[in-house]
Every structure is written in C-alpha cells, then in structure tokens.
Design a protein around this ligand. Sequence first.
Ligand code: ATP
Ligand code: MG
Length: 355
Amino acid sequence: MASKIAIIPGDGIGPEVMKQALKVLEALKSDYTLDVDYDVFDWSSDYYLKHGRMLPEDGLEKLKNYDAILFGAIGDSRVPDDVTVWELIMPIRKTFEQYVNFRPVKQLKGITSPLADSHSGEIDFVILRENSEGEYSNSGGLMFHGQEKEMAIQNSIFTKAGIKNIAEFAFEYARKHHYSKVTSATKSNAITHTMKFWDKEVGKIAESHRDIDYEKVYVDALAAKFVQQPEEFQVVLASNLFGDILSDLGSAVAGGLGISPSANINPSGEYPSMFEPVHGSAPDIAGQGRANPIAQVWSLALLLEHIGRNDLHDHILKAIEKLLLDKTQVTNDIGGSASTEEAGDALVKILRESK
Ligand code: ATP
Ligand code: MG
C-alpha cells in the first residue's frame, strides 16, 4: 500500500525549497519504485490572513491520516510569532506526541566547517532533544507587577515518563544504528532539582542498556566540546532547552542552516512524525531564488528513512555530497553561485544518473 505524506510548504522560503524537495520526490517515485502519495496543504500566514486561523478546524484530524508530514517553514512579519508557532507547529507536535526532536550533525563531504582544521576526524553524530516538556513548559508568571519587588517565575516541568521516553529512545536509537555511546547533557551542579532528577532517571535507563556506554557531561563543557572535539560524540541526549541550544550549535558546526534538517518523531508510530529544515522562513532572502534547498531535501531523506526506505535516504545523501563537489551547483550561503531552482534541478539530475 502506498505511504501517504502531507506536505506543508508554509511561508517565505518554505515554498521555494519545498518545490525542490517535491522534484526529488517525483524523481524517486518514477525511477526508484517509491510508492508514496502526497497532498499539499496551503496552511501558512497567507491562509491565516484570509481565514483568521493557521489551519482549518479539522486540520489536525486530516493530518492524522498521513504516515508522515514534510514541513517547510513558517513565519511572517504580518502575523505575530506566537500565532504561527502556537497555532500550527505546537499543536502538530503536541497532538501527535512528537516528543523526540532529532537532528543529525554530520559534516557532508564538500562542506567546510567553521572549525576548519582545529579538529581531527569526522563530525557525525545525532542530537536527541526532549521536545514536549522541561524548560519549555509554559508555566509560571509575573508577580508583584509594577512594584519594586516585581519578579518572574518560569517553571520547568520534568516528568518521570517524559525523561524515560526520550532516554529510552536515545539508547534504542544508539543500539539500532550501531553507536556505542550516549552522552547526556546535564547541569545538576547548578540546577539542583530538575537536573538531578534528569540524571537519576536517565541513569536508570542507561543501567538497562549496559551494551551502550553512558556519560553525563555538564552542558557548558559539552558546548565547548562541540567546538573542540566534535568527533567524540555519537548520540547526544538533551532536555528541551539544552537540546535547542546544542542543536543550533551543532548545525553551525556542521555547515550552517541552509543544509540542516530535523525531525519531530512520534516513536510509537501511532501518529505521523514531522520532518522540517532547521531554518525558518528567512524573510530576508524570500522571493530572491537564493534559498538553499539542501536542508529541505535532507529532511525528505529523513522522512523516507522513517517510512522504511533507508536505501533512498542514503541515496539522497550521496547525491547531495555529489552536488557539493561543484560550486556552480550550490547556493550562495555555502559558497556557490546557483539559484534554488538550479540546485534542485542539478540534484534531480544526479539522482537520475546515479540510478
Ligand atoms: P524564524 O524566526 O522563522 O526562525 P529567522 O529569520 O529567525 O526565522 P531563519 O529564517 O532560519 O531565521 O534565517 C536565519 C538566517 O539564515 C537568515 O539570514 C537567512 O537568510 C539564512 N538562511 C536560513 N535558511 C536559509 C537557506 N535555506 N538558504 C540560505 N540561507 C538561509
Ligand atoms: Mg530563528
């Protein structure tokens, strides 16, 4: 039976890079016996300005029927950020229990890392970030408003189940992908309640996965190590806030936003997982044909792996590496001279030729 994919291009450069990903998808469908059907949804800031909401009332209900979601980017100066985020992205993540945020940090051949020669070896690890609770629990408030003693409190909510779920996913992921070590980001020396609890619960899961090495590293030292010894890492496990920060650092270390993909995963498979570039709608370059489509295409590769086509994932990555060999085929952000369309077309050509 054909897999079903929901496509949400979104705003700004989202539709521009999504167009290239769809060209790749079409090429794979016709040349590689990829059995997928997809539908495109125009849920975006334009949609909001027309209808007063980011997606139709039965939008989430509709998405439920898909095996996976390929998302572009959202964000527009005409619509407040809390609308785009809290009415579209967050409901999808929450309703579909996508509590794992996954980001590969892999330095592709042909990409120069800003670290240049300061490190030896290959940068190739993954970050698994808790995506549903912790520091981003939206709980707290302002007290003594307007008074001298005015203060704000933000609660971090860590549950035993939440930590167990993400930690189990990390160790199982390591096992499945033949990694031998999980590194947990912590700060229990200074954040004495939640992070001690995190250490304790992650430690329990580590105990039941004795075949995988486990280390916990203070997040400040961990950030420094991302720069000084990135080749040391295999699977990095982090809470919502720490994972957010480390992921952007990881993306910078591996070559920048234009090539960084991510996944929001529902591990049970009961609901669709969502795949999207790390970058946003990049209003500064939207409409200029300069956006790098690699992050979106790589996100598609992660989606295909998720629905069981590891072969096509690997195939796309090889094609991207081939694309990177020729600077006239890649966009300006990674030192090339191609337009978004040219980069997309060149990629499709490589895929077709390497069949
Ligand atoms: P958001 O609030 O949606 O995250 P943002 O403007 O904060 O949006 P991005 O949209 O991710 O952040 O863009 C950050 C910078 O990176 C911009 O200057 C943009 O030009 C650049 N950038 C992002 N994505 C790409 C891409 N695919 N190709 C080239 N440059 C990009
Ligand atoms: Mg941003």
